[in-house]
Design a protein around this ligand. Structure first.
Ligand SMILES: Nc1nc2c(ncn2[C@@H]2O[C@H](COP(=O)(O)OP(=O)(O)OP(=O)(O)O)[C@@H](O)[C@H]2O)c(=O)[nH]1
Ligand SMILES: [Mg+2]
Length: 384
């Protein structure tokens, strides 16, 4: 808004100057007759002082400067949008400078303009603070779910790009669901599980075997190339015996063909592997030779939901050499925040085949939908 005061000999002269300088949209907010200041003014002809403004929605009912400015204040408070206010401040400042330059300035008018400026400045800063708080609420929510900063930023950008008029929570839910990719892989043929030590590979193999053999009535064979850890063979062997499933131990690459051949008639062969540190490239390339020998696309990287964010990235990067096609996320029962699921899926860019939710074989394994996982992350649901 521009507010400007004109001293003219008559109204016609004032209007001509106002139209020329402020345009047709300008409105008169006050006019009064004045004398020139000083002793000489007493004998001089009276001039006219006209205050005009150019801006939309100005009430122009009062004749006194004070009342008009109060009206403008009110209009601004109620009507002007935050973005416009920034421009208005600049314009008002410019106008105030013009007025300040005029020697005939009324000190009251200058004071009022300063007040308007301060008031608008405050309004803008309040609105800016509100925006900052609103933004950080979402950030806090994502951080509380243990979603890392990079995924959090992606989510915020995606939310902003949703044009539909929806609540922010609804937009967040839609965004999360889109980011959670669920695998459509079928548990058939040769299936290998790989992953770091102790994440639950062998237990998950036992759960899958139980589900497939006992519930889906499929012919299941079990193979382990877990020759590294004392007792590792016994662990899977025990499950195989309980479920009465064929079981083979593979120690060398050569033995792999024979083991697979002996299970030709199985619908599914579940292959367990030794837990390896993703930092040990030697061990990983040894494992890679076995995985390549099996020759399957059904390779699942098993990773615990309790893994720290930096470790997640190291594991995903380290295991890339094994060309895993799916992810199994374990131990959801051991955490109360589920953002790590999203961190893992986002970084690995592979779909999720299963989650495990406890030590019970075969019950604690699930295929969750994107909606169910999003509900876990948002705290709408919990495991157990
Ligand atoms: N709470 C919980 N514990 C689990 C889950 N899955 C496995 N475990 C436990 O985690 C521990 C390790 O499980 P294993 O199946 O031996 O893990 P692994 O990946 O085969 O380990 P390595 O063969 O040593 O690499 C065991 O005590 C399991 O009972 C799960 O979903 N939740
Ligand atoms: Mg194991």
């Amino acid at each position: 808004m521009i507010i400007k005061r004109y001293i003219a000999n008559n109204m016609n002269e004032a209007l001509t100057r106002i139209r020329y300088e402020l345009g047709k949209e300008a409105v008169i907010i006050s006019q009064r007759k004045i004398r020139k200041p000083g002793f000489a003014g007493l004998f001089a002809k009276k001039s006219i002082e006209v205050t005009a403004a150019v801006e939309n929605m100005i009430k122009n009912e009062d004749n006194s400067v004070k009342e008009s400015i109060e009206a403008i204040k009110q209009v601004m408070k109620n009507e002007i949008k935050a973005e416009k206010e920034v421009n208005i401040i600049k314009e008002t400042q410019a106008s105030a400078l013009l007025v300040n330059g005029n020697k005939e300035e009324s000190s009251d008018l200058a004071k009022e303009i300063r007040e308007i400026r301060e008031m608008m400045s405050n309004m803008v800063s309040v609105k800016t603070t509100e925006r900052t708080i609103r933004k950080s609420k979402l950030q806090v929510k994502l951080a509380q779910a243990d979603i890392n900063d990079s995924v959090s930023k992606k989510i915020q950008t995606r939310i902003k790009s949703i044009e539909e008029k929806l609540e922010e929570d609804e937009k967040l839910k839609i965004t999360l669901e889109k980011m959670i990719s669920i695998s459509k892989v079928k548990m058939e043929g040769k299936v290998i599980l790989v992953g770091p030590t102790g994440v639950g590979k062998t237990t998950t193999i036992a759960k899958l075997a139980g589900r497939l053999a006992l519930i889906e009535k499929k012919k299941v064979g079990l193979v382990t190339i877990d020759t590294y850890r004392i007792g590792a063979i016994e662990q899977l062997k025990t499950y195989a015996e309980i479920m009465e499933l064929p079981f083979k131990v593979v120690i060398t690459l050569k033995e792999m063909d024979a083991a697979l051949d002996s299970m030709k008639d199985c619908d599914v062969i579940l292959i367990d592997t030794t837990g390896r540190s993703s930092k040990n490239t030697m061990q990983l390339s040894e494992l890679r030779a076995f995985v390549e020998k099996v020759n399957t696309k059904n390779i699942h990287l098993v990773i615990s939901s309790t893994t720290k964010n930096n470790d997640i990235q190291a594991i995903i990067d380290g295991y890339k050499v094994l060309n895993y096609s799916n992810l199994i996320i374990t131990k959801l029962d051991e955490t109360s925040t589920y953002g790590s699921i999203l961190n893992i899926l986002d970084y690995a860019k592979k779909p999720l085949s299963f989650v495990t939710t406890g030590q019970s074989v075969p019950d604690d394994i699930k295929n969750l939908t994107a909606e169910a996982i999003s509900n876990l992350i948002l705290g709408v649901d919990s495991i157990c």
